[in-house]
Design a protein around this ligand. Structure first.
Ligand code: GLU
Length: 631
């Protein structure tokens, strides 16, 4: 059974407290509590229901089973977390639409996945409106403070960039103005039916009720223990008694519950111009240090004006065709849409399906490397640099770039970028370009959720606080971590680099929330965490599904490699085992990565049947659900 956190869209915040705490349960509160018990699958029957059972049920969450595949109708949600998926489904069940459910699910992920996403971060929201047939996107990317210096990531003691982890990321200077609260508000206003307050209510309750700590949560906390212990507010919240919460214990976040409740009640301006804004600024400018570690934790430059100036943007989605499907994704400052698009445009020139898996994978490696070369040359924040999005997605450019792809041998990496200038020569006479070799430093954190509602509206939403644990800096008393998204800028200033640090700019992202259309109707909804590997995870999954004949669950579970124009291709052990020696024959060299990505996807069949699919294994697996499971 799919499980839900108890909540009532019409109830007030104090009502929820009453259900959990009061011994004087009112009739309606009792009714709600009964519904809650049923929803969370507690064993108490109606006959044995008592006031104390109600209190115990709410106070004692239990581990929830994860289900990676669900098939049915009435709406679907796929995310990394069972509590979050259940909340999204409950919103859909109660008549909310895809946007309502996506915001409620994202807010729940802020509770259960606080190291991956939350109101201290940003993301990209892609929406399909079934009534109008339009796709709209929200760029809720974090923004650099106006005063961000070009040398923000250079250690004054050495003149060199700080080591990325934990020094550079654990830093006020890495924190961008958060975009997530504004994204939720904007999405609900544009496409939702819930108010912000209604959409946040289930997650508010979840934060207060708590969730059962699993191995992944404990592991992520321990992995970050040193830097978390450097910041008093973070240590107090995530390292109670100096240790990560035990597996099986209940983790509650009352500070976050209050933040959500107040954000809902007072509105998003409260976050950007009210007391929270001041507290964020204060925390960024003077992180609350415990003195327990030697981490430098540089101060940041964010001001109240930076907070107040934040706004989401509404860029055009990226669009291109691939073997008869239309792939729609996120434009700059995300590099996701263009890089997946260019990779697939190049590959479309080959009949991958009939050439055999190893040869097809060689083509994928080479096409992806070419697209990453162009990503490095061209992608950045369009408000600051010209990004030739249309050219990068054009068949003319792909026809020229394919000249660099040798079907029999791997090119030495890094390969040079092309010229996306509109003047293409598919004869392959002259294609020379510039090698752009800048290290990618995006963290392997982040989370993605996919939603389809009963009307056919779709949301594909990827959100993040960058590294696992973000900047490691919790806003005191507010229960959420601030991002370290500004480390997605290139660390060393180069005027030719579109992703160079500039005040007021948004760093380049790899987040790739995607919707694929078949004959004008949504067919696949997908996305993944994984920093710069997100792009290859999306490309490879599409190849698996479209070219290699895998069904969606198999396409998601299949072993991955992430060819990003680097000397060696990072690949999962199972991938190397299956294809390593054949691909070495083409000249590819490998390095190891224990796991790449963790996708959350939905497929809509022509008859409207929904198949929600979450990652089965990686990162502890995700959870997929549908409103009405098929028999
Ligand atoms: N900061 C990364 C990006 O915007 C996301 C981090 C991640 O996926 O771990 O692409």
């Amino acid at each position: 059974m799919l499980e839900a956190v108890p909540y009532d869209r019409g109830a007030t915040d104090s009502d929820h407290r009453e259900v959990g705490m009061s011994t004087g349960v009112t009739r309606s509160a009792r009714h709600r509590a009964l519904a809650c018990l049923a929803a969370v699958g507690m064993t108490a029957s109606l006959a044995t229901f008592t006031q104390s059972t109600a209190a115990a049920a709410v106070a004692q969450p239990r581990p929830v089973e994860k289900t990676p595949i669900a098939v049915g109708s009435g709406g679907a949600v796929s995310s990394v977390d069972p509590e979050a998926t259940a909340i999204g489904l409950e919103v859909l069940r109660r008549g909310g639409n895809a946007t309502d459910a996506a915001v409620a699910t994202a807010a729940a992920l802020g509770v259960t996945e606080p190291y991956s996403a939350g109101v201290g971060g940003g993301g990209f929201f892609v929406h399909y409106d079934a009534r109008t047939g339009e796709v709209g996107t929200i760029d809720g990317r974090e923004t650099a403070p106006e005063a961000m210096p070009r040398d923000a990531f250079i250690d004054p003691a050495t003149g060199e960039p700080y080591p990325l982890f934990p020094e550079m990321v654990t830093s006020g200077a890495a924190v961008g103005v958060p975009g997530t609260p504004a994204t939720w508000d904007a999405a609900l206003r544009e496409w939702g039916t819930y108010s912000l307050s209604e959409a946040l209510r289930p997650a508010t309750h979840l934060a207060r009720r708590g969730f059962v700590v699993d191995e992944e949560f404990r592991k992520q906390t321990l992995d970050n223990a040193e830097r978390f212990s450097a910041i008093t507010s973070t240590a107090d919240l995530f390292l109670p008694d100096g240790d990560a919460p035990e597996v099986g214990s209940v983790f509650r976040n009352h500070d976050l519950a209050r933040t959500y409740a107040e954000l809902g009640r007072r509105g998003v301006d409260w976050f950007y111009t009210g007391p929270v804004a001041d507290e964020i600024v204060e925390t960024v400018q003077a992180p609350p240090l415990s003195g327990r570690t030697d981490l430098p934790v540089p101060e940041g430059h964010m001001t109240a004006e930076d907070m107040a100036a934040y706004e989401v943007l509404w860029p055009e989605p990226t669009r291109h065709d691939y073997r008869g499907y239309e792939v729609v994704g996120m434009g700059p400052p995300s590099s996701g849409g263009t890089t997946v698009g260019e990779t697939l445009n190049i590959l479309e020139r080959f009949d991958l399906a009939s050439m055999g898996q190893e040869k097809a994978l060689h083509h994928y490696f080479e096409a992806s490397a070419l697209a990453y070369a162009d990503r490095a040359r061209y992608l950045g924040d369009e408000s600051f640099v010209d990004v030739p999005t249309e050219e990068l997605l054009s068949d003319g450019f792909a026809a020229e770039r394919v000249c660099e792809l040798d079907p029999t041998a791997a090119a030495p990496k890094p390969v040079a970028a092309g010229s996306a200038d509109g003047d293409y020569d598919p004869s392959c006479a002259d294609t020379g370009g510039t090698v752009v070799d800048r290290p990618d430093t995006e963290g392997p954190s982040t989370t993605h959720l996919s939603v389809v509602d009963r009307w056919g509206n779709v949301v594909s939403y990827t959100l993040t606080i960058e590294q696992t644990g973000g900047s490691g800096i919790t806003v005191p008393g507010r229960g959420f971590l601030l991002n370290n998204e500004l480390t997605d800028f290139s660390h060393v200033y180069d005027p030719a680099d579109p992703n160079r640090i500039e005040g007021g700019k948004r760093p380049r992202s790899s987040m790739t929330p995607t919707i694929v259309f078949d004959d004008g109707k949504p067919w696949l909804v997908l996305g993944s965490p994984g920093g710069s590997t997100i792009i290859t995870t999306v490309s490879q999954t599409l190849l698996n599904r479209i070219d290699f004949g895998m069904d969606l669950p198999t396409a998601l579970a299949a072993p991955r490699a992430t060819p990003r124009n680097t000397a060696t291709v990072s690949a999962e052990p199972a991938f190397r085992e299956a294809y390593g020696s054949a691909l070495s024959g083409y000249g590819h060299e490998f390095s190891s990565s224990s796991e790449i990505g963790a996708m959350a996807a939905i497929e809509v069949s022509p008859d409207g049947t929904l198949q929600a699919v979450a990652e089965p294994e990686r990162r502890g697996g995700g959870h997929a659900g549908v409103v009405r499971p098929a028999r």
